[in-house]
Design a protein around this ligand. Structure first.
Ligand code: NAD
Length: 482
């Protein structure tokens, strides 16, 4: 079958890239090219910004309820095609279709609906005293940029676009060139739903071409980015020259800390396993360092390995597959390189450690066995640097202080999970560890009203709830004398 040709969305219409060039898009499960995505450049970004500029005042002037109606309509269009989009997301990214159907696509719908409702419920601020009444306006910024990664494609793309649009901005958005398909589908649905032209523009292509053009464009007032820490640093420095507002969600090296008194029911143990290997470990929130109190270490390890070894790696289309394919050949090489480095650092591979061949249609796909490693010092590269694959290291600890020190012993600070029945301890440890998100006896349990983001090299700013609406607006205080 001929690869499908994707297009940009500019000014409410599908648009071919100005330069006429395209990038191959691969199906990770088969290693085959199945689509071509625009290899756009600064000319396409320029056209998108011009369209957004024309659309922004009218969009901002709409009553919030009207903007919300547009977002609800888009959410409804996604919902009506949930199964189809889940299959497309799975084909594009390698994730099991069951995961795309239960997490990725429902969350994209929830993002749009959540911010549609949030904008109609957002209370204003005013401060009064005997001399004056201060009213703080929260005005949209105008044209904003949204740049997202490949691991949760439509989920993270809509997580940015929804609050930006709800707050009254026009958007120029760039999905990852590795997984562009559902963003392309979103552009088709936006046209079908009658989204006003120019309000949402989607420009496909490479980071250093399209992404950088978005970040450097003087008419783009803010950039919301999710991706690697290295790209985030480049964006922060480019944006600083224009004093541009940026929100950065970056990498992680998250600890899951299991205390001896943890309630390790089968369900909880399954969650701990999922926290390491869900989406092939390609979630910024995955707990890739599993800290276990010494007194239960051997018993925990036996039960944990039993569960990890029963995970099924296979065709993402097969509902029985727990793990699918990794997103790309270069990413497989990176993860395999990290496993090799762990070996050289003296790590003992307890299970996995190799690429897997899945017979049949997936024979040339990019699969890696869930891998568990022990025996590494806390300060080695394996335990400090993000791997972003199905690789978990086990680290024993003796006391609370040591657990805190190990947890904090990395430059990252995105998310942690704590497993204990002692809630006073959970509170204490949560306060001492340097992470933006701490889950106690759970993992990835999300309430979209809460601030989402990391500290240290994991992030700058917060997404979610009111934080996202604040990011996409500028406060202006109007002081009216009595
Ligand atoms: P990446 O940084 O390579 O790319 C992210 C996006 O930035 C892509 O759209 C890419 O094209 C674009 N980009 C690349 N160079 C650019 C540049 N110079 N200027 C502007 N844009 C540019 O990241 P990735 O490999 O797609 O995603 C994996 C990373 O994302 C991991 O590090 C993961 O931890 C992180 N991530 C973080 C979160 C979070 O919420 N903190 C969520 C998901 C993923």
């Amino acid at each position: 079958m001929e690869p499908a040709t994707l297009s940009n969305l500019i000014d409410g219409k599908p648009a071919a890239p100005a330069g006429g060039a395209y990038l191959d898009v691969f199906e990770p499960a088969t290693g085959k090219v199945y689509a071509r995505c625009p290899d756009s450049d600064s000319r396409d970004v320029e056209a998108a910004v011009a369209a957004a500029e024309r659309a922004a005042p009218g969009w901002a002037a709409l009553p919030a309820g009207e903007r919300a109606r547009h977002l609800h309509r888009l959410a409804g269009a996604i919902e009506a095609r949930l199964d189809e989009l889940a299959r497309e997301e799975s084909r594009d990214s390698g994730k099991p279709v069951t995961l795309a159907r239960s997490v990725d696509i429902p969350r994209a719908i929830a993002n749009l609906r959540f911010f549609a409702e949030a904008i109609t419920q957002w209370p204003g601020e005013s401060h009064a005293d005997a001399r004056a009444v201060n009213v703080t306006l929260r005005q949209p910024l105008g044209v904003v940029g949204c740049i997202s990664p490949w691991n949760l494609p439509l989920y993270l793309f809509t997580w940015k676009i929804a609050p930006a649009l709800a707050a009254g901005n026009a958007v120029v958005a760039k999905p990852s060139e590795v997984t562009p398909f559902t963003a392309f589908r979103l552009s088709q649905l936006a046209i079908e739903c009658g989204m006003p032209p120019g309000v949402l523009n989607i420009v496909h292509g490479l980071g250093p071409k399209v992404g950088q053009a978005i970040v450097e464009h003087p008419k783009i007032k803010a950039v919301s980015f999710t991706g690697s820490t290295r790209t985030g640093a480049a964006i922060a420095s480019a944006a600083a020259k224009q004093f541009k507002k940026v929100s950065l969600e970056m990498g992680g090296k998250n600890p899951a800390i299991v205390f001896a008194d943890a309630y390790l029911s089968d369900v909880n143990l399954d969650t701990i396993v999922r926290s390491g290997f869900s989406n092939q470990g390609e979630i910024c929130l995955c707990g890739s360092r599993l800290l276990v109190e010494h007194s239960i270490y051997d018993d925990f390890k036996r039960r944990y390995l039993g569960k990890v070894e029963s995970l099924r790696v296979g065709d993402p289309n097969d509902p029985a597959s727990d793990l699918g394919a990794l997103v790309s050949q270069p990413h497989v090489e990176k993860v395999m390189g990290c496993i090799e480095r762990a070996r050289q650092e003296g790590g003992k591979i307890l299970t996995g450690g190799e690429a897997i061949s899945v017979p049949g249609r997936c024979a040339n796909g990019w699969f890696i066995a869930p891998t568990v490693i022990e025996g590494l010092p806390q300060d080695c590269a394996t335990n400090r640097e993000e791997i972003f694959g199905p690789v978990v290291t086990l680290l024993p600890f003796d006391c609370e202080d040591e657990a805190v020190a190990i947890a904090n012993g990395t430059d990252y600070g995105l998310a942690a999970s704590l497993w204990t029945r002692d809630l006073a301890r959970a509170q204490r440890v949560a306060e001492r560890i340097e992470f933006g998100i701490v889950w106690v006896n759970c993992w990835m349990l999300r309430d979209l009203r809460t601030p989402f983001g990391g500290v240290k090299h994991s992030g700058m700013g917060r997404e979610g709830g009111v934080d996202a609406l604040r990011f996409f607006t500028e406060p202006k205080n109007v002081c009216i004398a009595r």
